[in-house]
Structures are given as structure tokens and as C-alpha cells.
Ligand binder design. Sequence first.
Ligand code: NI
Length: 435
Amino acid sequence: MSKTVIKGAVIVTLDDSRPDNFKGDIAVNGTVIEAITEYPQKFENGPFEKVIDGSSYIVMPGLVNTHGHAAMTLLRSYADDLPLKEWLEEKIWPIEGQMQAEDVYWGTKLAIAEMIKSGTTTFTDMYMYMDRVAEAADESGIRAVLSRGLIGIDGGLEGLTESEEFIKNWQGAANGRITVTLGPHAPYTCPPEFLKKVISLAEKTGTSLQIHLSETRGEVDSCLEEHGKTPPELLKELGIFNINTLAAHCVHLSDSDIDILAENGVNVAHNPGSNLKLGSGIAPVARMLDKGINVGIGTDGASSNNNLDMIEEMRLTALLSKGIEMNPTLLDAKTALKMSTITGAKALGIANTGILKEGYKADLIALRTDRPHLVPMHDPIANIVYSSAGADIDLVMVDGDILLENRKLKKMDEQDILNKAAECTNRLIRNGKDN
Ligand code: NI
């Protein structure tokens, strides 16, 4: 087993049994964290394959992106400043209809490169050609929770068959780095009869599911008109929440909707950047947290964000709650950081990640602190959340494997990815215009 030690770093474990931060060593043995020492106690129990100088680092748990559509990187800045319905129906869906497996593969590679370079160690995806997405995740070394997006308006049975195959082929693959879930897109694209089929498949295969929920005011209004219920009320009645569910967005919730999510243990993915950009609104995050809901943070696709920088999203999460509630004490920096790490991991059902602790998976990142915007450092957690950016991430490890070192990707050819992604994008736009 290979052993690596990071020496003399400021360590932020987010483990409640430890101080918020301290100077120390962190040793990784194989795929797990072997030891975390607090100075003056040092870790000398080698031999080490690698010794990393951590004197300019904050070492912390890797970031967990709980919602996205990775290959939408190819559509970055393709359609902006439009409302969700128009953006989706007139711009995004037509060009997505042109996408081939190869496009999804390179778009996903581009997304993973961007995510690793901004500190994300686990990402969530709902898209198509998922075998190629899983392949990209496997090769890059990142941890991933993947689902085939399902639309049930015209039957959608093919998607269910593909999902079942996908579960068979990839559940727990890549040394457990890949988790497969079901991905019914949303209540407005998946009628009740279809959602019942999704529930049956989830029960049969023992998988969780992820779904977009109450993203816009219009979605809630038309659900009330059509079904006489809010989207959470409808899903509860259909029995969706008997399956472990991750609901993305949850922007427009009544108090009783929030109670439904809390009582049914529904996990939420909050996507502040995407919700703001699409003018969807601001989710009641502080109220959801008050009710004990696991609220993780996500970027959503790069086409509605337009980047995949989780540090930006955690800052937005903290600032928006303070701003809309006019209360600066709400959603402090530590809460925002926990939402982006341990709470996200819980929302995705990934055990032994999200904090730094002996015996836990070595999914960790190091942020460089010797930069003008991060000096001085009265409070490392405040510096991470309020002052840093994804580009400050210097080192990324998943399952003990180094994926980024000195900002260089170790398992991906960055230039090749940029070239291939550009080729795919050019072809897509050309084909889109021909049709
Ligand atoms: Ni989405």
C-alpha cells in the first residue's frame, strides 16, 4: 500500500470532535486516511512514497457537487439571459437532441477537469449516454453519482430499460467510486403513471433516485392546476418518497411542503447560481436546514451557471440566506462549508466521506493560502467560504489517489480534453444549424 503524508498544513476536518482548525500532519494509506495529528505531535510512521509540504495549505474534505448535467459544459454560453422554459424548450433541448455519445463523453471529461481543478471530489449527474459518462468518471479517478435522465411524456420505457442496464453494469464500479441512481427528470416531464414505473424499478433494483422539484413558480402553478397539489404533495402521494430521494432546487416551497420533505427524509440539492441566473428565485435554505433536511449544494449544468466552481456556490448559499432574511448571523461559513462536504455526502448516501477522519476515505483537497486575497487568516473557514475561489485549489485526492498536484491534472490530458471538447462543440453547432 502506498503511503502519502501532508506535513504542517492547517487542517479543517469538519469532524465535530476536533477543533475547527489546527496545524498538523495528515497521512493517507492506500485509499483511506490513516492518521491526523495535531502539532506538536507529528506523524513519523513511514516509509512514505510521497511527502508533501503543507505549510501553505489548508487541507479539508473534498467538495461534493449534489446536482448537475456534466456534458452541458459543451453548451456553456450557448444560450443565456432567458427564462427556464424558453431556455430549455427552444435552445437546450434542440441542441441536446443532436448530441452523440462521443459529445457526452468529451463534455463530461471537460466538466470533470473543471471540477477537479476547483476542488470537487464527488459529482452528481443526470444525463444521457451514461455508459460514456461512467467511463469518463472511472478514468479520471473522481467519485460520481450517476443517473440516466428520464422523460416520461411519450412512454419513456426505453429510458427505464437503459437505466436498468446501467445499474447492472456500473453500480459500485471503479472500486465503489460510482453509484447509480434513477433520474426521473421532474414531475412536469414524468406523468404519475410513469413515476409509478420508476418506483417499481427503484424497488426492484434497490436504487435511490434524483429528481428536479419545484424549481420555478410556473411549475408549481401548473402542478396545482393539473393535479390540485404542489409538486411535493404529488410526489408524496405517488409514493416517490418511499424511495431514498434527492430533490434538486426546491425553490418554491410552502411551509407544509418543507414539512413533507423533512418528514419523509428527502434530501435536497440547492443550486443558487443556476436558480439566480434562470431567474427562478431563491430557495428557503435556512428554513429547510431548521427542519433538519440534508441540504447539499450543486452547480447544476454549466449552461445555466456558467461554471462548476463549488466554492462560488457555497459563498452564494451563505450570502443569499443572509440577504433575503436580512440576518447576517444566518447560515455561517461553517454551515456553508458543511453543506458542500459532509451534508452533500449524506444527501448522496456516500458513507465515510465528507469529513477528514481516521479510517475515512481519503477524499481531500488542499487550498493554497499564500495569496494576497487569503492573507491574513484569522479564521481559515471564513477565508475558504468568503475569500477563496476554485482556482486556489492546488491538490486533490480521491480514494487516496492524487488527481491534481500543483494545479496539474495527473490522470487527464487537459490539452487533449480542450481540443476534443471544442471539436464536439463545433460539430454540434454546425449540425444544429443544418436542421
Ligand atoms: Ni438540473
